[in-house]
Design a protein around this ligand. Sequence first.
Ligand code: PHE
Length: 367
Amino acid sequence: MVLKQKKNTKSYTPIKKIKLLSARITRMKVLIDKSIAEIEAFNIEDLKSLEDFRILFLGSKGRVKNLFGELKGVPNEEKREVGQLLNNFRALAEEKFASFKDQLENTATDSAKIDASRPGDDQEIGARHPLSLVRSEIIDIFNRIGYAVSEGPEIEDDWHNFSALNFPPEHPARDMQDTFFIEKGDVEMALRTHTSSVQVRVMENSKPPIRTISPGRVYRNEAISARAHCFFHQVEGLYIDKNVSFADLKQTLLYFAKEMFGEKAQIRLRPSYFPFTEPSAEVDVSCTICNSKGCNVCKYSGWLEILGCGMVDPNVLDACGIDSKEYSGFAFGMGIERITQLKYKVNDLRLYSENDVRFLKQFTAGI
Ligand code: PHE
């Protein structure tokens, strides 16, 4: 009987123990479930509530730590299951904390939340217009050999644009440059067709030696197309001193071509006609695109026309008050668009004045 009782007692005890343990697991499950619900409902709005969340769940006296503490009392057979539940619970708390921390940092507005060590946002910088880039380059090249820059008005009188430059009245040479005429009071004025007009002003107002270049906008009455425009830009040069010769002109232009297009550039001069120079020439530079082998830009000739030039006609010197028996000089004139076209391979003149940012943006590197 005793034995029997003993046996019974022995077998009864574990059952009771298991029941007690099950009760403990259930209590922990309830606690974990409750905490999960709390985590889900927790409203994190700012750094302060984020910190409250951390203290409540992840802090050294927080919920995660406490529940893990209770794991010690769980018997070995149950540890696995409860441990799993606790791990999931901790992961959930950490995940919520990390994602809200991220969110808050990204929407931070006050300076305390700004990370000053992060790289700044890109600022879009403007680009200089290609014509300005090339004009500056031309000016630089001539500055280096002593040329000063002179400027003058875009609305000119007949004298400075034509008569002083040896265009006789009614002479057909005036038709070479289709002119926009405008009435100013009862005087007929013109939009200058070239910046030679500025050089007339320089000659009238100063004494040789004169070394000057005149960059500026000029106007001609032409239909607008890819190859012609009613306004464009020029740089004209003038050199007057005693004994200036055609050889000086040639050498100056060769220097310019090499500076502008590279050491290998060559020039050739073809006879031409301008009323204000005698003799006159047109200047070609060796084709930089195909190295003079022949391509569609140089029309398979190996040469590209870049400017007009000549020895200043004695009539012009005299008209401007310079003694042509004592002094001689040369002049040249080039279109900035033409030089830019050759340098940057832009084939449509209209692009220069349409201000399309997709075109202009490509010149940022030239600043
Ligand atoms: N003025 C001329 C033009 O506009 C260019 C030129 C200048 C030619 C000086 C010869 C000498 O076409």
